[in-house]
Design a protein around this ligand. Sequence first.
Ligand code: UD1
Length: 358
Amino acid sequence: MHVLHVVGARPNFMKAAPVLSALARRGVRQTLVHTGQHYDANMSDVFFEHLDMPEPDINLDVGSGSHAAQTAQIMMRLEPVLLREKPDWVFVYGDVNSTVAAALVCAKLLVRVAHVEAGLRSGDRTMPEEINRLLTDQVADLLLTPSPDGDANLMREGIPQERICRVGNVMIDSLVRLLPAAEERWEAQRSRVGLDRFALVTLHRPSNVDDPHVLGDGIEALADIGDSVPVVFPVHPRTRERLRALGLRESTARLRLIEPLGYVDFLALQAHAVLVITDSGGIQEETTYLGIPCLTLRENTERPITVSMGTNVLIGRDFVRLRTEVRRIMDGQWKCGQRPPLWDGRAAERIAARLLNG
Ligand code: UD1
């Protein structure tokens, strides 16, 4: 069997790494294609290094662009690769533009597609990722879900049950494997930020950073929070550009702006944070696994199990509520949460078993 994996953006890498290694252990022939959607060393190379991933066999070098341009470039450059490589299966991950682009090419070439992290829905079609999820799941042949809500969403959309397989959360496989390495790097990270107690922040969604007023209000709220607990903020390239336009370049005592971190270093900070404020998808899940309070600056989430079972609370853009919830966490009043079933570090093993044994 020949499996070709398509990855492209930062949140794909920690999902693909365990699957690559589970299939390698079983002697499966594999080809790794990087679309080049993310290309900065600290958005891509460092993840390959931290996750011990093999170098990509093929890089499509698409780079940045509008959604249409980026998706189209990936499709045009991937098609000849699939015609040449003739894989039995193509694995796509998550919900980024690289995911949907690859799935569409496969569907037209009648190449079987497996979607890892299938079935997640925010119900919010203004999010590009929601469109990517809906379309990818409609054309995928094997839908590998992380949680029961994923199965229910797919059944509601008419996906035949035999295509759906609940395997658990493959991103947590990487976390479980690399948490000891993160602990080893904690001292270095602690001296780098010079703090023992801190809130960790990530923000990159267009809805939070593209409008200067929204971003300005958010930064003001974070600086206020910095009065009670210093805020460490690794800044995504999109956000960095927007902050520059706002005139905010430098860290302040209350707001420590740093470059994006590699997987293990970010995990070390996450595991030791007092609380996390984010608009990321994956971080809602990682904090639930780690039992760290998470305040999500979004109106909805495609990962509702992190709210119903985990440590996550949706704040939307209510910065008054954000300040109140931070105070509650600082006072020790926060739900403990539980780890959802099958978030156990063995999801990739279940994926490999399903692929090879049916
Ligand atoms: C993409 C995903 C998003 C995911 C995020 C994680 C889509 C639709 N969005 O958003 O779901 O949460 O990745 O980071 O696929 N840039 C660089 N260097 C890079 C990559 C990007 O400077 O290596 C800058 C460019 O200015 C680019 C902008 O960041 O235009 C946005 O990059 P893009 O890949 O389009 O989307 P993300 O916001 O990263």
